[in-house]
Design a binder for this molecule. Structure first.
Ligand code: SF4
Length: 254
């Protein structure tokens, strides 16, 4: 996709084109797929729901969509009713499930993002399998992928990013990340055009400080240049060691 197109097109068109490119290039969606979208009420997953819905007639692939939201015992989502209304407008049925994430902690254990995301992932998987969904779509974008790559390298000494397609070995479900080629700033611009509320995270546990730190370092390193970030993604997906390619794994237990 040319830089000239990215400079001239509107935000919605850019998100659609980059999402379609990811879907087709990475074979994220196939005929007959039933896709459960993990929607938090934030801009990323809401834009993802809009993009997948608006691309349905253009991609010439038949697939079903549904939105799945998790309400927790520490973060009441005040955007839930607006979210369900927007999704219904886009032809995406909405379900909300209450999960006592803190309530499930063993005595003496402290709440943290790892525990929270494991609980959420487990519920997503369980709901997907019980209701016949074969794919779960997550709203991670290009900047999330770059941050994860640098965090894994700096903290764990591993060369790992987020695969755009991950098939579970044990379960008949795959994770897909159709916004993997879209930058966060493009999602923000699209959310503004679509009047999608930019829901600030009201979670009292907030963003993980390591991620915040790496985000700042990446911004300094890339000078927030789109071209540099795209070259990093290109480098991550080259050759036999394509870090965005389909992989098999099994995070989350049922
Ligand atoms: S920031 Fe809050 S909602 Fe997000 S994973 Fe961490 S604990 Fe969970």
């Amino acid at each position: 996709m040319s830089h000239r197109f990215l400079r001239r097109a509107g935000a919605q068109e850019i998100v659609q084109k980059l999402t379609a490119k990811a879907i087709l290039e990475r074979k994220l969606i196939e005929e007959g797929d039933r896709i459960l979208i993990a929607v938090s009420g934030g801009k990323d997953s809401t834009v993802l729901a809009w993009a997948l819905s608006s691309l349905r007639p253009l991609l010439k692939i038949n697939y079903d969509l549904a939105g799945f939201h998790i309400s927790s015992d520490f973060c009441a989502c005040c955007k839930k009713s607006i979210l369900s209304q927007r999704l219904e407008e886009w032809g995406v049925p909405f379900t909300d499930l209450s999960v006592p994430i803190i309530g499930r902690l063993k005595p003496g254990r402290k709440m943290n993002c790892y525990w929270c995301s494991t609980q959420r992932r487990t519920e997503l998987l369980r709901y997907a399998m019980e209701h016949g969904f074969n794919k779960i779509a997550l709203g991670h974008h290009l900047d999330d992928i770059i941050e994860t790559f640098f965090m894994n390298m700096a903290d764990k000494g591993t060369l790992l990013a987020m695969p755009m397609l991950l098939r579970y070995r044990k379960y008949p479900v795959s994770l897909i990340r159709p916004l993997g080629y879209v930058e966060e700033q493009q999602i923000i611009a699209c959310a503004e055009e679509k009047e999608i509320l930019k829901a600030a995270c009201t979670c009292p546990f907030g963003i993980n400080s390591k991620r915040r730190d790496i985000r700042k370092r990446i911004a300094d390193f890339t000078n927030n240049s789109s071209a540099v970030k795209r070259r990093i993604i290109m480098a991550l997906s080259q050759g036999s060691n394509d870090l965005l390619a389909e992989s098999a794994g099994e995070k989350g237990k049922i």
